[in-house]
Design a protein around this ligand. Structure first.
Ligand code: HEM
Length: 285
């Protein structure tokens, strides 16, 4: 009887000790999570934190634009070069590379927009203060331009992805490279796409707004990241404008070249569908 009572006590003690250990463990995990998340929340809540996020995500998007332009300019060197480049992008890392890159791009875009919206709201609620009134009035004019140009660039981006990535127009989707019919003819698609003057005009207008957005944005990015001091103030403004104008000239050169006939389909044409190219190859054999 005594032995049974003793062993019952041991079991109870063991159980209580176990639950105490488990709840201590859960409490430690909770504390660790809070101490990990708290700095992120404080960073997001602070105005400078959001500005840094806008600047860093903006820098990432500018690097993307520089790379995208460099790739697109291959259109002037001929079908083979642009299609090789597009094929490489789609096949890098066994097809996973392009998706990793797309996710990175989407995260940067979402962060850029979310932090801008939150900053604008924060600035609006601070607007009531008399002291900040004049500065806010001046700042709000340029941020209004930034918001509108940003929204139109966003609309352009959605159109552009449906145009050249998803290819909703079957005429553009079903183009085969005559030399390698199993791959898409990106070169032909770009030229055919810009042969529509309305599409080219829309691109030129959107790219001009992108240039205005970038020239403002790059200068404020330098300021946020502490790269704009008294000495480098003028230089940072010039770099912002020069980079925006270079991107603008590079991008619009493509629709302009197609509209003026400087860039046109070569002797192999571009309107071959995948099926017709394969049929012609079979007929040749
Ligand atoms: C004349 C100007 C431009 C041309 C000719 C052009 C051309 C292209 C082409 C051909 C593709 C599809 C590539 C493929 O799937 O093989 C593409 C995709 C894309 N472009 Fe552009 N682009 C231009 C301007 C821009 C601008 C200004 C932006 C950003 C504001 C941009 C952002 C993108 C994005 C995000 C994709 C999707 C990338 C992916 O995930 O596949 N493009 N572009």
């Amino acid at each position: 009887m005594e032995i049974r009572e003793k062993s019952g006590n041991y079991c109870l003690k063991f159980y209580l000790h176990g639950t105490r250990l488990a709840s201590g463990f859960v409490r430690n995990i909770k504390q660790a999570m809070v101490s990990l998340i708290q700095p992120v929340i404080s960073f997001w809540n602070s105005s400078i934190g959001k500005k840094i996020l806008v600047a860093l995500s903006g820098a990432f998007l500018v690097f993307f634009l520089i790379g995208h332009l460099a790739g697109n300019l291959l259109v002037f060197t001929g079908r083979g070069a642009l299609n090789d480049y597009a094929q490489f992008l789609h096949e890098m890392g066994h097809g996973k590379g392009v998706w990793i890159f797309r996710i990175g791009l989407l995260v940067a875009l979402v962060l850029h927009i979310a932090a801008t919206v939150a900053l604008t709201r924060q600035n609006r609620s601070a607007k009531g203060s008399q002291y900040a009134h004049n500065a806010t009035m001046r700042a709000s004019r340029s941020s209004k331009i930034m918001i509108w140009s940003g929204l139109i660039v966003l609309a352009f981006l959605v159109f552009h992805i449906f145009h050249f990535t998803i290819r909703v127009n079957p005429e553009l989707a079903d183009m085969a490279d005559p030399a390698q019919p199993e791959r898409h003819d990106v070169w032909g698609m770009v030229i055919k796409g810009f042969e529509n003057p309305l599409v080219s005009l829309f691109y030129i207008v959107a790219l001009t707004l992108l240039c205005s957005h970038l020239s403002h944005g790059i200068a404020s990015m330098f300021q946020t990241l502490g790269l704009r001091t008294g000495k480098t103030k003028d230089a940072s403004k010039i770099i912002g404008i020069a980079l925006a104008v270079a991107l603008w000239l590079g991008f619009i050169s493509i629709p302009v070249a197609v509209m003026t006939g400087l860039l046109k389909a070569d002797s192999s044409g571009y309107s071959d569908t995948k099926a017709s190219v394969i049929e012609a190859q079979i007929a040749k054999q």
